[in-house]
Design a protein around this ligand. Structure first.
Ligand code: FES
Length: 158
């Protein structure tokens, strides 16, 4: 029997149920909050009217993304990791970097994507309450390494 979907595995279903993390009016003031959702620590950003949730520790070396600045790169809002300044798109979890064509030194550096590196979770708002549902994408993302095992659940300042 295939136990890969929540419908077929009751334990899995629990892990992917939505969890209340805070009030909308609070995150609108602070523009970010942290939460532990089924033993996984996440950061939730409120940016330009939209909510985004992702694993709290940076895919590169586990940096604390809840302390990162939000900036636009190539028109895409990103969190900039405070440790080594990697840029991660809020909407998709892609790692962005700049590249230049070495054969054309006059060319402007271009923003490129390394692909999805940070696991993104789903935020829903109901009646002023914010809920996070963990991603159950059956793909390994680099940030999973810091969200599990010895790195699981770090202490975060409130
Ligand atoms: Fe985030 Fe290195 S830990 S950029």
């Amino acid at each position: 029997m295939d136990l890969s979907s929540p419908e077929q595995d009751p334990e899995m279903k629990e892990e992917y149920s939505s969890v209340y993390v805070g009030r909308e009016e609070d995150i609108k003031k602070s523009e970010r909050m942290t939460a532990v959702v089924h033993d996984r620590e996440v950061v939730i950003f409120y940016h330009k009217g939209e909510y985004h949730a992702m694993d709290i520790r940076c895919y590169h070396s586990g940096g604390p993304l809840h302390l990162g600045e939000i900036e636009d790169f190539d028109g895409r809002p990103c969190v900039v990791c405070p440790w080594h300044k990697f840029k991660i798109t809020l909407a998709t979890g892609e790692g962005l970097y700049q590249s230049i064509n070495p054969k054309d030194p006059s060319a402007k550096p271009k923003w490129c994507s390394k692909g999805i590196k940070q696991r993104i979770h789903t935020v829903t708002v109901d009646n002023g309450k914010i809920y996070v549902t963990l991603s159950n994408e059956p793909v390994k993302y680099d940030s999973d390494f810091y969200a599990t095992g010895n790195f699981k659940v770090i202490k975060t300042p409130s």
